[in-house]
Design a binder for this molecule. Structure first.
Ligand SMILES: *[C@@H]1O[C@H](CO)[C@@H](O)[C@H](O)[C@H]1NC(C)=O
Ligand SMILES: *[C@@H]1O[C@H](CO)[C@@H](O)[C@H](O)[C@H]1NC(C)=O
Ligand SMILES: *[C@@H]1O[C@H](CO)[C@@H](O)[C@H](O)[C@H]1NC(C)=O
Ligand SMILES: *[C@@H]1O[C@H](CO)[C@@H](O)[C@H](O)[C@H]1NC(C)=O
Length: 344
């Protein structure tokens, strides 16, 4: 019995010895293969680095650690990490940035609205960028301008530090936006730009404001200068003194055209993430501004503006030929414009 046990044990040992050697050999080979593999991949990586543009590779490497897993998958296209060419975002390189465009019409409160947004430390809205005609002379100049803004390479008085979380501009429908709507929608879709529509409900009030502003452009009522927006009540009162005369034969076609312009814009951009705001609602209810901050995914905070409203009296006191205007609109689809309870 003892011998049997001994022999059995010996056998077992005899069998185990070569197996151990086998394992050691295998491990050595594995190590050699790993070293080879690391060498080959490092060489080929270097070659890739040389062949393709090294800049692109750099951006990829920099972007990777910025992606935040807590952002829902459907928001990923709207979260950006711009790398400006003119400066470094430093410690905020990984602060996600949202791209937006305020889409509006003249005399719809967008000047006031934009100063409110710009009072937020993390928002930079660069103004009426496409006011100068040369920037909207063709689609290529428009795209080049937009690229510069969204890459954070645009300088304006509202450009902020490298820690901004939302960047955009104010774009009027008649500044190349409607003419080039198909290409702009394509661009917004590709670059993940969201739209903030800002319109005025009462288009008659808008018309009065527009006629008064046109008048001031030539009359220059404030110490010989034209002002589209004012910062004091005394200046507002001077501008509000002028009562425009409305050409009633053009009135309904004008209102129709304005209405259609806004409706068409909403249609063109319906596939782009957007929020629709009305000036009157913002004036009545300041909480609506918080909806915008939520839309832009920036922290909620109080927004302020120094702008002072120009027309504050009831509408009938602001039009020279009110009786004619009243007759023209009474019984039409625009009748409600006659009853503005808040002086706009
Ligand atoms: C907002 O800006 C401040 C100051 O630059 C910065 O400290 C903060 O991280 C920014 N917040 C967001 C959400 O980007
Ligand atoms: C677009 O306009 C710019 C500036 O007016 C001009 O230099 C450029 O040649 C135009 N490009 C095309 C494709 O028309
Ligand atoms: C009003 O508009 C019509 C149509 O455009 C024009 O023929 C007419 O001269 C205008 N009237 C005044 C007083 O400007
Ligand atoms: C003001 O706006 C907020 C945000 O949109 C809304 O929840 C609230 O009901 C509004 N208040 C009034 C009185 O309309």
């Amino acid at each position: 019995m003892v011998e049997e046990r001994c022999c059995f044990n010996k056998d077992a040992l005899a069998i185990k010895a070569p197996k151990k050697m086998h394992v050691v050999l295998r491990m050595l080979m594995l190590a050699a293969m790993m070293i080879c593999g690391i060498y080959i991949s490092s060489v080929s990586l270097k070659q890739i680095g040389i062949q393709s543009r090294p800049r692109k590779l750099m951006i990829k490497i920099m972007e990777a650690p910025c992606s935040k897993p807590d952002i829902p998958y459907y928001e990923i296209p709207y979260v950006h990490y711009p790398v400006p060419t003119t400066y470094s975002r430093d410690e905020c390189a990984c602060t996600p940035v949202r791209f937006f465009s305020i889409v509006s019409m003249q005399r719809s409160g967008s000047g006031w609205f934009e100063t409110l947004l710009n009072s937020h430390v993390n928002i930079s809205s660069n103004g009426e960028i496409f006011f100068p005609k040369e920037r909207r002379s063709n689609v290529s100049t428009i795209i080049r301008t937009l690229d510069k803004i969204y890459n954070l390479d645009w300088y304006s008085s509202s450009s902020k530090n490298e820690c901004i979380a939302a960047v955009g501009l104010k774009w009027m429908l008649n500044q190349g936006l409607m003419e080039n709507h198909a290409r702009v929608v394509e661009y917004f879709s590709q670059r993940g730009v969201s739209v903030i529509f800002l319109f005025r409900r009462n288009l008659l009030c808008r018309l009065v404001s527009q006629l008064a502003n046109d008048h001031d452009r030539s009359a220059r009522q404030l110490h010989g200068t034209h002002k589209a927006h004012v910062h004091s009540e005394s200046e507002a009162n001077i501008l509000a003194r002028y009562k425009p005369r409305i050409n009633t034969s053009e009135l309904i076609p004008t209102l129709k055209h304005t209405d259609k312009f806004a409706t068409d814009a909403l249609g063109y951009f319906k596939s782009i993430p957007h929020i629709v705001l009305y000036y009157e609602d913002l004036v009545r209810n300041h909480t609506k501004l918080m909806d915008v901050l939520e839309f832009l995914r920036v922290p909620q905070r109080k927004l302020v503006s120094r702008h002072v409203k120009i027309h504050t009296r009831p509408l009938h006191e602001q039009v020279e030929n009110w009786d004619d205007v009243y007759i023209s609109l009474k019984g039409t689809e625009y009748e409600s414009f006659l009853n503005s309870d808040y002086g706009f």
